[in-house]
Ligand binder design. Structure first.
Ligand code: BES
Ligand code: MN
Ligand code: ZN
Length: 505
């Protein structure tokens, strides 16, 4: 899909014309001027209470005699003061859904009618371009046979903003939005791949290709190097797998070092069977998404390079498969981690924290100003928040607030949980320094307390538990069932505005 910006409603006819309409709107003069016949139809429909302008409500009318398109669709926007970015994303998704079911090739959106009291034109342009691409995403590479029953999404998405003076800034907003959407789609594509395809070696290959394309530095520590370094968190988890593990490292912006260094770390468990502490079979197929954090980091690195952000960013993705095929780790095993601390593996299903621990400790090498990690770490984060927000915890309140604000802006929201020292009691080791699980209570917090033991001293650090947001069980307005690409937009927003003010220490 291509977003095209135009400043006049002229030009060749589209397949559908979309017009925004606020709740209880009475003045149909504007619409009557643009599409006189449709204006009358809408007036009658409103009188007969067929349409009121409630958020996401649609009223469609088909008439080949219409000027702009044979079909005109008005979309309800609710109250003017309530039309915020989150709602506009849903509305953009609705537009794409309608267009998809009609198999429309070219749609025209009168963007000025979708602005309300709060939204700036450039914000709206960005949201339209981004959400339209994301809403029309489908993962179809394993579908054989006829695709007639599937929606067919428009090739051309024409956005009409009448103010010619805005052309420059709108164009910039759309270009940026398209780059972002492409990166999110890249993340979804990698993540929707099943574990028999997307294993650690394949992630090494894919991230290598991306690095080459975008001009990132790429390293992947292999089995031998991980062994030499003593990364027994990563090695221990992967012992039950027949494919080798890797620690993927992508580097951007060495030359911008003086502006700061941020390390992004993502959990890359390409499949989580639970190991010897095996998971119940129901829903286990979803554990192919246990690589979501790693993929969010990899995709973000590509985007950071694309956007040429003036900052040094290091992406680290420890990749393993948590399986029982080879010579797996057992409950009760005690391992010495990369930073020297010892861990008793009480539960082999608490594997994410083991691989992240080594990667977090390894960040020390880069002397970062801050570390942010993303991981599908605990089922409890999913149970607590559903798919609406991730859990955010960390050691630097300012950095947490920076990320939360970015979440509100991008729609990738974060809700904070406490990280008080008292929570460390639960993971005190018996015969080791630390246990890898607590007593079952406050599991999202105790998992984070575990990670904290491995974060280099005095480095501001924030952890995102994306277990609920990384993939969805049913289609929503801007994503079909499956991987969401969560984290790419959030990370990128944070990094795009990075300064000494983003964190406190
Ligand atoms: N990958 C899972 C967490 C998960 C569960 C993500 C459901 C998405 C949906 C993680 O490795 C795990 O198994 N966590 C355990 C921890 C427990 C053993 C302390 C969990 O949450 O049950
Ligand atoms: Mn697990
Ligand atoms: Zn896991």
């Amino acid at each position: 899909m291509k977003t095209v910006l135009v400043s006049s409603k002229g030009g060749a006819k589209a397949d559908i014309l979309f017009i925004g309409f606020f709740k209880g709107g009475k003045d149909l003069q504007g619409i009557k001027k643009i599409e006189p016949l449709f204006g009358k139809v809408l007036e009658a429909a409103i009188k007969k209470e067929r349409f009121a302008g409630k958020p996401q409500e649609v009223f469609a009318s088909f008439q080949p005699a219409y000027r702009h398109a044979a079909e005109v669709v008005v979309v309800g926007l609710g109250e003017k003061k309530d039309l915020k970015p989150a709602l506009l994303r849903k509305i953009a998704g609705k537009i794409i859904e309608v267009a998809g079911t009609r198999k429309a090739g070219k749609i025209r959106v009168l963007a000025d009618t979708f602005l309300g009291d709060v939204l700036e034109a450039k914000t709206a342009a960005g949201i339209f371009a981004e959400s339209a691409m994301l809403a029309s995403y489908r993962f179809l590479r394993y579908k054989t046979g006829k695709k007639d029953a599937l929606p067919k999404f428009p090739e051309t998405f024409e956005l009409v903003f009448e103010d010619k003076n805005l052309a420059g800034e709108l164009k910039r907003a759309v270009t940026r939005a398209e780059k972002i959407a492409k990166a999110v789609i890249y993340a979804r594509d990698l993540n929707n791949e099943p574990a028999n395809v997307m294993n650690p070696p394949r992630l090494v290959e894919e991230s290598g290709k991306l690095a080459e394309e975008k001009g990132l530095r790429h390293t992947a520590l292999d089995l031998t190097e991980l062994t030499e370094l003593g990364m027994n968190g990563i090695l221990g988890v992967n012992r039950g797998s027949v494919t080798p593990p890797a620690l993927i490292i992508l580097e951007h912006g060495e030359e911008y070092k003086e502006n700061g260094t941020v390390c992004l770390v993502g959990k890359g468990v390409t499949f989580d069977t639970g190991g010897i502490s095996i998971k119940p079979s129901k829903g286990m197929e979803e554990m192919k998404f246990d690589k979501s954090g790693a993929i969010a980091v990899i995709a973000t690195m590509g985007l950071v390079a694309d956007l040429k952000l003036p900052l040094r960013v290091i992406g680290l993705a420890p990749c393993v498969e948590n399986n029982v095929a080879n010579n797996p780790q057992r409950p009760g095993d005690i391992i010495r981690m990369y930073n020297g601390k010892t861990v008793e593996v009480i539960n082999t299903d608490a594997e994410g924290r083991l691989i992240l621990a080594d990667a977090l400790a390894y960040c020390e090498k880069y002397k970062p100003d801050a570390i942010i990690d993303a991981a599908t770490l605990t089922g409890l984060a999913h149970l607590t928040f559903g798919d609406k927000t991730c859990a955010i915890l960390g050691t630097d309140q300012k950095l947490i607030d920076t990320i939360r604000e970015a979440g509100e802006k991008t729609g990738e929201r974060c809700w904070q949980l406490p990280l008080w020292d008292e929570y460390a009691d639960a993971i005190k080791g018996n015969h080791s320094d630390i246990n890898n699980t607590g007593d079952g209570y406050a599991g999202t917090i105790t998992a984070t307390m575990f990670l904290k033991e491995f974060v280099p001293a005095k480095v501001p650090w924030v952890h995102l538990d994306i277990a609920g947001t990384a993939y969805i069980g049913k289609n929503n307005h801007e994503c079909p069932k499956g991987a969401t690409g969560f984290g790419v937009r959030l990370f990128t927003e944070v990094l795009s505005n990075w300064s000494r003010e983003s964190f406190s220490k």
